[in-house]
Design a protein around this ligand. Structure first.
Ligand SMILES: Cc1ncc(COP(=O)(O)O)c(C=O)c1O
Length: 314
């Protein structure tokens, strides 16, 4: 990724999930605040709470492409802010910060002494050039933690390999906590990850093909969603999710007269009546939305969307 680290500045963990949890445990004390823009990946909030700190949520919506404005970030920074989480490409929205947005965010973050936790786990699944936080803001390297892993890039989710890179004192604290919990991911999985991470033209080709396939599926699922009355969906720039606004389907009779009041009700309704699995926006701090994954074959997506459309027709 064009940024160099010494071995003492990197730790391998049991997935990016463990890396993030260890980071919150290492840096947070009771009373600390951690800024998390919503919609957010489900585990950040609970991990911060488990570390004894308070999650401070910044709400965003489609009008800013699900990205917090610099004014929002500035107004949530306090002397108690211990960390700010950035996740680009984002799960669930697929939002990607561009270089200018990262530069402006960095100007604000420079005025605090918060640690920046940059979760870049979907960096290889990006449908435009991927702007990397530390490339834009190398001067913040001394308080930026980069989180990444093998789960998404190499579809190695079950192998549980993630990593975190950053300032040596924080990585040292992370290793101490890890040594009293999981010790380290299995050596077997680590050797498998070495193969995955060893640069090769073949691997580059495989990743490129996957991104191309995701791009085709994204078009299929967006087209289907935007043809459903009451649903609108922005185009995600990365990851393999769409995050449609479904508020137009709430509080009105669906097929068979069912009325859903929340996106959580709608997710349950779709599971029970259409037998399709979607995740309610509430899980990501964004009621009124659903998250759909297109990490499925195109046939399944087409069939799933047919059932979705049918189930929500009046
Ligand atoms: C944004 C984000 N961060 C971290 C993770 C954790 O990934 P893993 O623990 O599989 O490496 C996920 C998994 O879905 C994710 O979506």
């Amino acid at each position: 990724m064009g940024i160099s680290y010494t071995p003492n500045q990197v730790t391998v963990a049991c997935g990016a999930k463990e890396a993030l949890f260890l980071a919150f445990l290492a840096i947070c004390n009771e009373g600390d605040e951690v800024i998390i823009p919503a919609p957010y990946w489900v585990s950040y909030v609970d991990q911060v709470r488990l570390a004894g700190a308070t999650p401070i949520i910044i709400e965003t919506d489609e009008t800013t492409g699900f990205k917090p404005t610099v004014e929002q970030v500035a107004s949530h920074l306090t002397p108690r802010t211990r960390a700010v989480v950035l996740n680009s490409p984002n799960n669930p929205t697929g939002a990607v910060y561009d270089n200018d947005e990262l530069r402006t965010l960095a100007e604000t973050l420079r005025r605090s002494d918060a640690v920046i936790i940059s979760d870049e786990i979907y960096d290889a699944i990006c449908y435009r050039e991927y702007p990397r936080f530390l490339r834009v803001t190398p001067d913040l390297a001394n308080r930026t933690l980069i989180v990444n892993g093998a789960s998404k890039t190499f579809a190695m989710t079950g192998w549980r390999i993630g990593y975190i890179a950053g300032p040596e004192p924080i990585i040292k604290a992370i290793r101490t906590i890890q040594s009293h919990s999981t010790t380290h991911p299995t050596s077997i999985a680590q050797y498998a990850a070495v193969v995955a991470y060893t640069p090769s033209e073949e691997m580059d080709r495989v990743i490129e093909e996957r991104v191309h396939t995701f791009l085709e599926r994204r078009a299929v699922i967006l087209d289907a969603l935007n043809n459903i009355e009451g649903v609108r969906c922005v185009v995600p720039d990365g990851a393999f999710y769409v995050f449609p606004n479904v508020s137009g389907l709430l509080n009105r009779p669906l097929r068979g007269g069912t009325v859903c009041q929340t996106s959580s009700d709608l997710a349950t309704y779709l599971l029970e009546h259409a037998h399709i699995g979607v995740v309610m926006g509430e899980a990501f701090g964004a009621p009124g939305f659903l998250r759909l994954s297109y990490a499925q074959g195109t046939e399944s997506i087409v069939e799933g969307m047919r059932r979705f459309a049918e189930a929500v027709s009046e």
